[in-house]
Write a protein that binds this ligand. Structure first.
Ligand SMILES: Cc1ncc(COP(=O)(O)O)c(C=O)c1O
Length: 278
């Protein structure tokens, strides 16, 4: 179940073909694990130890930045900055990176309320990271379904490393981290690399076969376009109905990912009304 097999290669080729910034990819069991691996790789590649993340960011059960410091978080040296505030990132990285190995960011904060990155924020992050030789990691565990090439294609900004998870194995356990081949060379023991990513089920054949079927047969670019168009339509419709009825509701998100915001009591009522309606 866990040995190297040809389906893994097929899955890797399909993932790399769909996400242009991914030259090489490695598999994990979850999105959390993909992020943990990506962070470790960034620390190794840069020889630095600090990590920039954003308030309300969610990158897994041990990488959660919603409610201040969490005893469950892994003990990396995190700098938690306001989302969409490039000036605070500029101040943190300084002119030489200030010992910061990487910036880990969601293109649209998912658990944090479906808040998309502002126009320009990701471009500015890219520029800042290039200037200071800091790696830019896009957590696309959720957002990669927003276009065939992920939200990075939609926003037009390429990261050094991307992390993936969720739907790509059609509901089976899955995660992946991929990116620049020169960074991933660290895992090539035959070429002088020193990192070894162990894990019994990392490339298990059920998940890998499911990835191949998902990308090749199920989640075609046409279907991704359709599901995201439906999401836009649903969000527009909800926004219109809330506004026409003068309800204090706000709908945020991109494509098929959205969140409804309202004062707590109203949200509770809405929730139960929706339950009542089945
Ligand atoms: C943006 C993002 N990153 C990482 C994760 C963690 O993935 P997993 O639950 O597969 O560990 C999630 C899960 O909700 C997520 O939304």
């Amino acid at each position: 179940m866990g040995a190297t097999h040809t389906v893994e290669i097929e899955a890797a080729r399909l993932v790399a073909a769909r996400f242009p910034s991914i030259e090489q990819v490695r598999f994990t069991n979850s999105g959390t694990e993909a992020n943990l691996m990506a962070l470790g790789l960034a620390l190794h590649h840069t020889g630095r130890s600090r990590i920039v993340v954003f308030e309300r960011g969610y990158h897994g059960g041990v990488l959660s930045f919603d409610h201040g410091p969490s005893p469950l978080n892994v003990p990396h040296d995190f700098i938690v900055l306001p989302f969409n505030d490039i000036e605070s990132v500029r101040a943190a990285v300084g002119i030489d990176g200030s010992g910061i190995a990487c910036v880990l960011v969601e293109l649209m904060q998912g658990a944090g309320g479906c808040t998309p990155a502002d126009d320009g924020f990701l471009h500015d992050l890219r520029e800042l990271c290039d200037k200071t030789e800091t790696l830019l990691i896009f957590d696309e565990v959720m957002t990669s379904r927003l276009s065939p090439g992920g939200a990075q294609e939609l926003f037009g900004v390429m990261p050094d490393i991307t992390t993936l998870g969720k739907y790509l194995a059609g509901g089976l356990t899955f995660g992946a981290f991929g990116g620049r081949a020169d960074i991933f060379a660290a895992f090539d023991l035959s070429a002088g690399g020193v990192l070894s990513q162990a894990g019994t089920f990392n490339n298990n054949i059920l998940s890998m076969r499911a990835v191949v079927a998902t990308i090749d047969e199920v989640l075609t670019p046409e279907l991704i376009a359709t599901v995201n168009e439906r999401g836009e339509r649903l969000r527009d419709g909800l926004t219109r109905i809330f506004s026409e009825n003068e309800r204090p509701f706000d709908v945020t998100g991109v494509g098929s990912l959205m969140a409804i915001h309202a004062p707590e009591a109203e949200l509770e009522l809405f929730f139960h009304a929706m339950l009542d309606k089945g």
